[in-house]
Design a protein around this ligand. Structure first.
Ligand code: NAD
Length: 289
């Protein structure tokens, strides 16, 4: 098991990676943080006590018992792993929301050199990353997950072992397909409510103790859409990436996906129309327009 005091490489110091790497440093790990953006590394190091800024990928992985990845998706994960020489026994933990089949391929590739890969994507957003209350959906051999478990326990309140490697990434994509479909449906319902002359917070209050409630009615609408801040910290483009991964799973399995396809197509249309850095809660404003 990789316990406090061990050296950990952390690659990807963005909205999620910054608070996660900060928690690990706070828990007593020697965290070597790296990001392709030097500014991201500097601003993380300013926040995190005991942070070790890594000037390169190799410096991040040097002497590390584990290398944690919190990157946009599989394409970047693949290129980062291709650029790393991993010592035998190194545990790679891909906490990004990646593509399950690519994750399986990468696990086999790095396994040839004696390293292991666990997929451990998360739900709970930036607030969950800051407070260490993320839900972690883990995929991999039980022994490999046990090995990195102390790290996961610093980052999340709940670790669910979903199955073999890639299973965590599959569950995460399916979770986000549901979450995005709920948010789109909620946004349509709230537009109809407002059009009918109803007070949206009152409508949400009624629904939140009724059968139509969801994370969208309980959290996203009240916290980011009603106050018009649209600042949840999760980008709309990353949501569309996750929906496409989930839709691909349904297509590969040959299971019905008409609603999923329609929702993904609407989200993709919004991604085309909105700026690249638009927050995913902007879907509600896009619908209104
Ligand atoms: P982000 O865009 O804020 O951060 C990604 C970071 O990766 C950036 O700092 C970027 O510079 C860095 N990066 C890109 N290419 C790199 C490379 N080749 N080498 C090193 N660093 C590189 O994204 P985020 O919101 O932190 O999301 C990260 C992952 O977590 C994504 O897969 C996302 O889908 C997932 N996720 C995000 C949230 C959220 O609320 N933001 C919640 C759950 C899961």
């Amino acid at each position: 098991m990789i316990r406090a005091g061990a050296t950990v490489g952390f690659v990807g110091l963005g909205r999620m990676g910054t608070p996660m790497a900060t928690r690990l440093a706070g828990a007593g790990y020697r965290v070597q943080g790296y990001d392709v953006s030097e500014q991201a590394v500097r601003s993380w190091a300013e926040r995190a006590e005991g942070a070790c800024q890594a000037a390169s990928l190799d410096a991040a992985a040097s002497g590390a018992a584990a290398v944690i990845l919190m990157l946009p998706g599989s394409a970047v994960v693949r290129s980062v792993l291709a650029g790393l020489v991993l010592a035998p026994g190194t545990a790679v933990v891909d906490m990004s929301s990646s593509e399950p089949l690519v994750t399986r391929e990468l696990a086999t590739e790095i396994g040839r050199g004696g390293a292991t890969l666990v997929d451990a994507p998360v739900s709970g957003g930036v607030a969950g990353a800051v407070s260490g209350t993320l839900t972690i959906m883990a995929g991999g051999a039980p022994a490999d997950i046990d090995h990195v478990r102390p790290l996961l326990d610093v980052l999340g309140a709940r670790v669910v072992h979903c199955g073999e490697v890639g299973a965590g990434h599959a569950v995460k994509a399916l979770n986000n397909l549901l979450s995005a479909t709920h948010l789109l449906a909620t946004s349509e319902a709230m537009a109809a409510a407002a059009g009918f002359g109803l007070d949206v917070p009152t409508v949400l209050a009624a629904i939140n103790t009724s059968s139509g409630r969801s994370g969208s009615t309980e959290t996203k609408w009240p916290n980011f859409i009603v106050p018009r801040t649209f600042d949840s910290g999760f980008s709309l483009r990353l949501m569309v990436k996750d929906m496409r991964i989930a839709l691909g799973l349904a297509e590969a399995a040959g299971t019905p996906a008409a609603l999923s396809a329609a929702a993904t197509s609407l989200w993709a249309e919004a991604a085309q129309a909105l700026p690249a850095d638009a927050d995913h809660t902007e879907i509600a404003r896009w619908l209104e327009d």
